[in-house]
Design a protein around this ligand. Structure first.
Ligand SMILES: Cc1cc2nc3c(=O)[nH]c(=O)nc-3n(C[C@H](O)[C@H](O)[C@H](O)COP(=O)(O)OP(=O)(O)OC[C@H]3O[C@@H](n4cnc5c(N)ncnc54)[C@H](O)[C@@H]3O)c2cc1C
Length: 429
């Protein structure tokens, strides 16, 4: 059996690693000219669904390297824009099995390092500079993928892992739409120098935080604290706002113009935070308009399938997109080797993958959209903001309420599915 994957992002590479490990013939076609040609400056939060997938897809030494190079995920704090601490949710509440099992833990990983680890050992598998343009199902049931330079590749299974604007999905499922999610994020990378650390409250220099406001925006922050002494720690700070409070051309603005737009929005905030945002690495300031995949109806399984953002793009609020792409790769990587060994039929395996993915994928999209609504709740006016703050106060003072409110909700999306539990017998009970 030959598997051709379109797109060498997080999901496509993880699938290739899993198939390679299982001895399945796989090729990845990526339009980038080479590894490392794209700027991947920020950290990515890997939750237990992603960690489970990485531990299963990667060879043991590379999974260990991931753990050696990733920083801790940390607790999650909530603050006001005047930097008053409202609440800290401990990681033991968010990810209760993390202390016992590294594959059940969460991590702050550097994106470029993760992509390098995922590409390692795949030199003969990944074809760079290969822009996919279309596919045809052949009379014998196999698929021919066509590339912009005139080349083509024939496969028993074509996997579209080509991201949010997926051409594979548009051809396979033309009725599936990605919609404007009603929020824009402006990301900043702030180097955690001694000066910045001294200026900011300690809470902002650790773990993850949401700075909530009574307006239609909030700031998400996350520290990347690399274990290696020669790597530089930084703070990812993403200002998320309703699009109408930012310039209409915000995604086209350069770093300096974005700094001005952000400064206007945060004008009433604590000056320490405003100064830190203004001191962000100017090349790192970028604005992204968030999108979300609309509802998915079942479709018949065939020799073409899709994974990751190609089929369930979502706002990054909650940090689930990459983890869900990894979960897809994990699942497909489990199911396809039996097909290659002749133990089951291809369409049965693809159908099983798609049926399961159609449950957890859209659930992750809904979760991200709910998180967006809740964190922009300030836009509903001061009463909603005051109610939210009273709720945080209750959670902060009563651990049982905190566990009830955040444990249930936050661990749900990353909790092990039945097939993931089956792989980790320690969790089965
Ligand atoms: C600011 C921000 C922060 C985020 N933070 C997190 C986080 O903390 N945790 C998390 O889990 N997720 C996070 N995400 C989401 C995450 O980045 C995506 O969900 C994830 O990258 C999806 O992986 P993927 O492999 O499906 O797609 P991608 O990573 O987009 O990879 C798709 C690949 O396909 C290639 N490609 C596209 N078209 C073609 C073509 N025609 N031919 C050949 N190749 C093609 C692209 O070049 C790319 O390499 C964040 C997103 C943003 C924007």
């Amino acid at each position: 059996m030959k598997v051709v994957v379109i797109g060498g992002g997080i999901g496509g590479l993880a699938l290739a690693q899993a198939l390679r490990r299982a001895g399945v013939d796989v090729a990845v076609h990526e339009r980038d000219e080479g590894p490392g040609t794209r700027w991947e400056g920020y950290r990515i939060h890997i939750n237990p669904a992603g960690a489970r997938a990485l531990s299963a897809c990667l060879p043991a030494a590379r999974w260990q390297e991931f753990r050696d190079t990733a920083g801790p995920g940390g607790d999650f704090g909530f603050l006001t824009e005047r930097l008053r601490e409202l609440l800290v949710v401990e990681e033991s509440i968010m990810y209760p099995d993390g202390a016992a099992d590294p594959a059940e833990d969460h991590y702050a990983a550097d994106r470029a390092t993760l992509r390098r680890l995922l590409a390692e050992g795949l030199d003969d598998v990944v074809h760079y500079g290969a822009e996919f343009v279309g596919y045809e199902v052949l009379p014998d049931g196999r698929v021919r993928a066509d590339f912009a330079d005139g080349r083509s590749a024939v496969a028993d299974l074509l996997v579209g892992a080509d991201g949010a604007a997926s051409r594979v999905r548009r051809r396979l499922l033309p009725g599936v739409r990605t919609l404007d999610a009603g929020a824009v994020g402006v990301a900043h990378k702030i180097w955690l120098t001694d000066e910045i650390r001294a200026a900011l409250p300690a809470r902002l220099c650790t773990g993850m935080n949401a700075v909530l406001t009574s307006g239609p925006c909030f700031l998400f922050t996350s520290v990347f604290e690399p274990p290696q002494p020669d790597a530089r720690p930084y703070l990812l700070a993403a200002l998320v706002a309703r699009p109408d409070v930012l310039p209409p051309d915000v995604t086209e603005l350069d770093g300096d113009a974005l700094r001005v737009a952000v400064d206007v929005l945060v004008s009433g905030w604590d000056p320490r935070l405003r100064r830190a945002l203004a001191a962000a690495d100017p090349r790192s300031r970028t604005a992204v308009a968030f999108r979300a995949t609309g509802p998915l109806s079942p479709w018949p399984a065939g020799p073409v399938t899709v994974l990751g953002d190609a089929i369930h793009v979502m706002p990054p609020i909650g940090g689930l997109g990459g983890n869900t792409a990894l979960r897809d790769a994990h699942l497909l990587g489990r199911l396809l080797p039996a097909v290659a060994r002749g133990e089951r039929d291809l369409l049965g395996a693809v159908g099983e993958y798609e049926a399961e993915m159609r449950e957890y994928g859209p659930a992750a999209v809904r979760y991200a959209m709910d998180q967006k609504e809740q964190t922009l709740a300030g836009s509903d006016g001061p009463i909603a903001a005051v109610t939210a703050r009273l709720f945080f106060g209750l959670c902060a003072s009563v651990p049982a309420v905190r566990r009830w409110a955040f444990g249930r909700e936050w661990s749900r999306v990353a909790a092990a599915r039945a097939w993931e539990r089956a792989e980790r017998p320690a969790l089965a009970g």
